[in-house]
Design a protein around this ligand. Structure first.
Ligand code: CDP
Length: 229
């Protein structure tokens, strides 16, 4: 199938930089579909926990299960993309909790698992205008995307934002602990051998310190609208 690159928007950046919020807002403004590839890795991290597998010590056990697993975004009744794992919708509280967050980067650094994931991520292009968010979207998953944004913020600003998302951090976590967890994950994500976190050469970098969600979102939407055919 031929996929129109004008229908692809890639958003990458480090943890807790505000990518998800921006991808969601952009999808609303432009009438597109928001695809969260972090949730796809989180779904496998959740499945690893369920199966009692430590992805760092026994990646081969995780790889052995992949042929039995299916992962796909499908549209729900409200026409919104919903992630399905083995034919069942998977709820956000299964994906965004401290246990999953603690191991997801170990899951995402397994090269064969990333290869398995690539095809599942690219499949969502069939939906139409997709705003896909992650770490390697502009560089690896959708290198042909017409629009590529790399969204970031200073480490302390990101830690403050993550701490405000209470469901994603342990209830008694301090700002320093959250900053350390983000730093650990960014280190693994940036230094893995396959598809590390990096800004694609043709991506536009946006540092969001001191900007409101709405300001960033308007800036992105303006850039896209100017170029749309
Ligand atoms: O929302 P947050 O910034 O915490 O991270 P996420 O987007 O949910 O991604 C969780 C983890 O999945 C990342 O730390 C990466 O290890 C991995 N990931 C990846 O390797 N490649 C992607 N395209 C997206 C996520």
């Amino acid at each position: 199938m031929n996929h129109d690159n004008f229908l692809q928007i890639a958003i990458d950046g480090p943890a807790a930089a505000g990518k998800s919020t921006q991808a969601r807002m952009l999808a609303e403004k432009l009438g597109g579909y928001y695809i969260n590839t972090g949730d796809m890795y989180r779904a496998l991290a959740h499945a690893a926990l369920q199966a009692g597998i430590d992805p760092e010590k026994n990646p081969e056990k995780l790889l052995a299960l992949l042929p039995e697993w299916e992962l796909e975004y499908q549209l729900d009744k409200e026409n919104q993309p919903q992630l399905y794992f083995n034919g069942k919708p998977i709820a956000q509280d299964k994906l965004r909790n401290p246990q999953v967050t603690a191991i997801v980067s170990q899951v995402a650094r397994i090269p064969q698992l990333r290869e398995w994931m690539l095809d599942k991520q690219r499949r969502s292009r069939k939906l139409g205008l997709v705003i896909m968010e992650g770490r390697d979207i502009g560089s690896v998953v959708l290198p042909e995307a017409k629009f590529k944004f790399f969204i970031t913020a200073s480490p302390m600003e990101r830690a403050r934002r993550r701490l405000a998302q209470s469901s994603e951090v342990s209830s008694n976590a301090s700002l320093e602990q959250v900053a350390e967890e983000l730093q650990k994950r960014d280190f693994i994500d940036s230094n893995r051998e396959l598809a590390p976190l990096r800004q694609a050469d043709d991506a536009i970098k946006i540092v969001t310190d001191g900007m409101s969600k709405e300001e960033v979102s308007e800036m992105l939407a303006d850039m896209v609208r100017k170029e749309l055919p």
